[in-house]
Design a protein around this ligand. Structure first.
Ligand SMILES: *[C@@H]1O[C@H](CO)[C@@H](O)[C@H](O)[C@H]1NC(C)=O
Ligand SMILES: *[C@@H]1O[C@H](CO)[C@@H](O)[C@H](O)[C@H]1NC(C)=O
Ligand SMILES: *[C@@H]1O[C@H](CO)[C@@H](O)[C@H](O)[C@H]1NC(C)=O
Ligand SMILES: *[C@@H]1O[C@H](CO)[C@@H](O)[C@H](O)[C@H]1NC(C)=O
Length: 303
């Protein structure tokens, strides 16, 4: 009996993997159920929770809600950032909001163990080097001051946002749609605040580098488009007119398409970006051991 159940279990896992693997091309749809789609996004919620809480408070999720990590390892390399009082206040609130988001998973569809997260300055430095296309000297340190921290934050909620937009049409259950819409609303707000704060500083040089805040955002967005491999879905805070709203403005406080609708990404696109590897099969970046949940695991098993 136990053996028969085990075989059924293996069969179901294989089925799930082959369904997920059945993607027609690298930008096409994947097949997954509501819970898998939504739990996939929990990987990003964990990343945000740890980055914001550590940045503002110098301590993470485990000091606030020890059970929410579901037994996952603590993050490495995160620390308190040197933030001015306004930005510190904003980031602290964002951190608490992420605690609420993780709780809403626990209460509705259930959580996944927190994946190992690498939030070390070295990991951000590598990402920023790749974004600008040369080795920044000294290495980029996200925790150095408010501007560095805001640029590092630019990297994070936007990816969650386009991921939530991407799964909405594929959810079958109203409860799921409602949960995702509610998460998306706040995620979008966070991204908008970060981008607005950056826009205020758009033409300021990010010392000690000879590059402005706007240039950094354009380079990071460019890197994400390159890693995602599915066209332009990510834009910096200042753009050429043909990418601005109605082709009438260079300001780009919100990143959106030619009808000012949010871009959408699939889970494989997101994995390519958050792994920093350009491959959903090759973990790395913020997730040295890979992301959690059935969708990400199905690619890990094929790696
Ligand atoms: C969701 O469905 C749309 C429309 O069929 C498709 O274009 C998109 O790729 C799907 N998204 C995912 C994550 O599978
Ligand atoms: C919809 O999803 C919720 C949360 O996962 C679940 O409790 C509910 O039974 C689902 N409803 C249907 C009709 O599948
Ligand atoms: C900084 O960059 C600008 C152009 O972006 C260039 O004109 C200037 O020479 C650079 N300054 C230094 C010190 O590299
Ligand atoms: C703006 O320019 C882009 C690219 O040339 C084009 O696809 C889009 O339709 C234009 N939008 C409007 C409102 O003219």
């Amino acid at each position: 009996m136990a053996r028969a159940l085990f075989l059924v279990f293996i069969f179901l896992i294989r089925l799930k993997v082959s369904q997920v693997m059945g993607a027609a091309n690298q930008c096409g749809p994947i097949v997954a159920d509501d819970i898998d789609y939504i739990q996939f996004a929990l990987n990003l919620e964990f990343l945000e929770a740890e980055f914001f809480l550590h940045g503002a408070l110098g301590r993470g999720l485990d000091t606030i809600a020890p059970t929410f990590a579901s037994g996952g390892l603590p993050p490495v390399g995160a620390k308190k950032a040197n933030l001015d009082p306004l930005i510190g206040r904003i980031i602290e609130e964002f951190g608490y909001q992420e605690v609420g988001h993780v709780r809403s998973y626990e209460k509705t569809i259930g959580g996944i163990p927190r994946p190992l997260l690498d939030l070390s300055p070295q990991n951000f430095a590598k990402l920023f080097d790749e974004a600008v296309g040369f080795k920044l000297s000294p290495p980029f340190d996200p925790y150095l001051d408010s501007v560095h921290y805001l640029l590092a934050s630019y990297v994070i909620p936007y990816v969650g946002l386009v991921g939530y937009v991407g799964i909405v049409p594929n959810l079958s259950n109203k409860t799921s749609v409602s949960l995702v819409a509610s998460l998306l609303g706040v995620e979008t707000g966070q991204d908008a605040v970060i981008r607005t704060l950056l826009y205020e500083r758009a033409n300021q040089k990010v010392l000690p580098y000879n590059m402005t805040v706007a240039e950094f955002t354009n380079r990071i967005s460019g890197l994400r488009n390159k890693l995602g491999m599915c066209g332009n879905k990510d834009e910096g805070i200042q753009v050429p007119l043909f990418l601005g709203a109605e082709n009438l403005t260079n300001s780009n406080i919100l990143s959106a398409d030619s009808n000012s609708l949010s871009y959408a990404r699939t889970p494989p696109e997101i994995l390519r970006i958050i792994y920093g590897s350009g491959s959903e099969y090759k973990s790395g970046g913020f997730y040295p051991n890979g992301a959690g949940g059935n969708i990400a695991m199905s690619f890990r098993h094929k790696a």
